[in-house]
Design a protein around this ligand. Structure first.
Ligand code: SF4
Ligand code: SF4
Length: 305
């Protein structure tokens, strides 16, 4: 098998949701971003996990772009890029995440065929530009005109394979410039904006019992609990909300917030419990009851004696 055949074959893997999906990590996960974004209802939840119905899927790629963990793999959606310009298609509107990634990869404008923009397009471009301004970047420009490309230069994966037999290597080269090929791993927005964070993580010190559930499960490693401090770093947070879902004390809040990336360090204290006399760690200096005794009914130790 030649190099070109191997490359083409590598494009034809079946799309699926990998076990990095946060729903595979915990039965408490409530993430359903892929389900919500799919406009043809091709993704449903079965047995707690998302399932893609290949018959309904139109390969728009939006689920890949919204999945906070990049767990949707294998879709090869239609996007047309000509000389640093994204050509707006009729059928599919890229998500804000995807437009942010395009901008980071050098796209400066979007070419529309009509002056009347679809509401979703308008909203996504406005939202992307609002974020780009907060990041200190130049916004995406919009232009109205005729696409300079011919029909054959924008093809879906299915078209690609049917045409492969007829037109061979030259077609493959022109339709999929390597730097624009969709790859789920390339849709992690944080990777492209290393100095910024897109979400704010708030841990309520009075509620947190340092159980470490967030640290153990956060797929982006935003939490580090050491010997004397609890560090929260929101740079790579992608709002999967797994920490919120698994925190037994409901001590965590995530909210959209674009700012320079900062780490918050919460000091940890070693206190002695006034009830059981054991020492315990806490984020609240004045906390005088360990989490176990706090949860026990008052008088528990007395009644057992
Ligand atoms: S958006 Fe991603 S992480 Fe969330 S349920 Fe869908 S596949 Fe899982
Ligand atoms: S901090 Fe929470 S919401 Fe953010 S990536 Fe980690 S688990 Fe997901």
């Amino acid at each position: 098998m030649g190099m070109m055949d191997k490359w083409v074959e590598s494009l034809d893997y079946q799309f699926h949701i990998s076990d990095s999906c946060v729903r595979s990590k915990s039965p408490w996960s409530t993430c359903n971003q892929c389900v919500k974004c799919c406009h043809v209802e091709a993704i449903t939840l079965g047995n707690h996990l998302p399932i893609i119905d290949a018959e309904k899927c139109v390969e728009c790629g939006n689920c890949m772009a919204v999945c906070p963990i990049q767990a949707v793999e294998g879709i090869f959606p239609k996007r047309t890029i000509v000389r640093n310009q994204l050509v707006a298609g009729e059928a599919f509107v890229p998500t804000v995440n995807e437009l942010l990634v395009f901008h980071a990869k050098g796209i400066t404008s979007i070419l529309f065929h009509s002056k009347v923009l679809q509401e979703t397009w308008k909203h996504h471009v406005q939202e992307t530009n609002r974020i780009l301004v907060q990041l200190g970047k130049s916004p995406l420009l919009t232009q109205i005109g005729i696409s300079p490309i011919e029909k054959n230069e924008s093809v879906s994966r299915r078209d690609l394979f049917s045409l492969w037999g007829k037109e061979g290597k030259s077609l493959i080269k022109q339709v999929t410039p390597a730097q624009w090929r969709f790859n789920h791993a390339n849709l992690d927005v944080a990777r492209y904006y290393p100095d910024y964070q897109f979400f704010d993580i708030v841990v309520e010190q009075e509620k947190c019992t340092l159980c470490r559930a967030c640290e153990a499960l956060c797929p982006k490693k935003c939490y580090t609990i050491g010997d004397d401090s609890f560090e929260v770093s929101a740079h790579s947070c992608s709002d999967c909300k797994l920490c919120v879902d698994v925190c037994p004390e409901k001590a965590i809040t995530i909210r959209p917030h674009v700012s320079k990336a900062v780490s918050k360090k919460h000091e940890m204290y070693s206190n002695t419990c006034v009830v059981c006399k054991d020492s315990f760690q806490t984020l609240s200096k004045l906390d005088n009851k360990c989490p176990i005794c706090t949860k026990r009914k008052a008088g528990y130790l007395k009644s057992k004696a």
